[in-house]
Design a protein around this ligand. Structure first.
Ligand SMILES: [Zn+2]
Length: 163
């Protein structure tokens, strides 16, 4: 995707207050990220271990989400599959919960999804990061089709959060 700047990221958050979006931790090395290989940029908050963020472009427009990660103990030993990139990890998938955008979120509604704990979905899909034996299903899809599916899964998750 097209690179995102810090300014674009901070104004792209749909499910937190403007104040929160201004203060939250944004990666300092944005310029060095492998944007050509990214369908989404995800990062954990170094100041708050239970928080993660995810950003992408939907039809070119930046969209970003605040996520809460569940406690490690509940998922650590089970093999789970990421619902966005369909990579199976043992201990590398977290249940992440996104408060819904707008009024629904203020009322405490949220959407949960199992996602790669390191949010490196794009790199697993492209074989640039290895999740271990058996992590990727043997599929008849081409890389391009797998990327399209990943983008579609991501768009569906974003649609649920903003619905
Ligand atoms: Zn993933």
């Amino acid at each position: 995707m097209e690179p995102l700047t810090e300014q674009e990221l901070r104004t792209a958050f749909v499910n937190c207050t403007k104040g929160e979006a201004k203060r939250l931790s944004v990666p300092r090395d944005l310029a060095e990220r492998p944007w050509d290989d990214l369908d989404l940029l995800g990062w954990r908050d170094p100041q708050a271990p239970g928080r993660a963020y995810l950003a992408t472009r939907l039809d070119g427009r930046p969209v970003a989400l605040v996520l809460r990660c569940t406690n490690a103990a509940s998922w650590q030993l089970r093999r789970n599959m990421c619902s966005i990139c369909m990579t199976a990890h043992t201990g590398g998938v977290s249940l992440m919960v996104a408060p819904k955008a707008g009024r629904a979120g203020q009322q405490g509604n949220s959407v949960g999804a199992y996602l790669c704990s390191d949010l490196a979905c794009s790199l697993y899909v492209r074989g640039k990061k290895d999740a271990g034996p058996g992590a990727r299903l043997h599929e008849s899809l081409t890389l391009e089709e797998t990327i399209q599916r990943t983008v579609a899964n991501l768009a569906a998750f974003l649609a649920k959060v903003t619905a």
